[in-house]
Write a protein that binds this ligand. Sequence first.
Ligand SMILES: Nc1ncnc2c1ncn2[C@@H]1O[C@H](COP(=O)(O)OP(=O)(O)OP(=O)(O)O)[C@@H](O)[C@H]1O
Ligand SMILES: [Mg+2]
Length: 211
Amino acid sequence: MPDIYLYEGTDVLKNLLGIRDRKHLEEAEADYVTFRLKEIALKPLPGGYDYAHLLQMHKYIFQDIFEWAGQQRKQNIYKEEPVLGGLSIDYSDMFDIPKDSEHALAGMRSKHWDEMDTHEAALQFSDSLARIWRVHPFREGNTRTTVTFCCQYADEVGLNPDRQLFEDNAQYVRTALVAYNAVFDDLGDKSKPDYLIKIVEDAIIRGTCNS
Ligand SMILES: Nc1ncnc2c1ncn2[C@@H]1O[C@H](COP(=O)(O)OP(=O)(O)OP(=O)(O)O)[C@@H](O)[C@H]1O
Ligand SMILES: [Mg+2]
């Protein structure tokens, strides 16, 4: 099945900037997104931390780049991961996206964050972040949207993680999310949660020191 999000015969995502070169698009996207992320860090996007709010977060961050910003994907996705020997994470089926997202978000909202020490908060935040990320509601931009959304939520419950740490270690964070979610129907549980927990705990400790 052809990827409806790409310019025909290319590996370049259709975009509002009309860019037809992948590298050029990645650079332009990074510039616009960095600007939008700074805006959100200064002025949080209001909402109830439900699925509608998550869609709005994606819309805000990618409004300059993709016509479909804020809309869930219309195709299933498979992304080959070098750290999984070329396998893909089992992302949600496109028909399950709203249900799976709402479930993961309700899990995050129901936790008693004020009763946790730093380590427990890091464990629980990592788990919610990873579960929300695993759905991958969007064709592109899931990691930036999920991390920003969950950090904003964490600020509201008083964890104040240092977002810069996630931004500066974006490749590590994505790999850690993959490692956390490496659970397969056929191969069983290959997950390694410790990488994500480590950086989340560091972000919470740094945030506490900065505030
Ligand atoms: N939290 C973040 N803050 C700023 N930039 C980020 C962040 N996470 C990733 N990036 C940058 O965004 C670009 C794309 O990263 P990546 O493809 O891993 O994530 P994504 O597009 O947001 O999500 P996905 O591809 O999983 O849907 C990379 O240049 C990466 O460095
Ligand atoms: Mg990406």
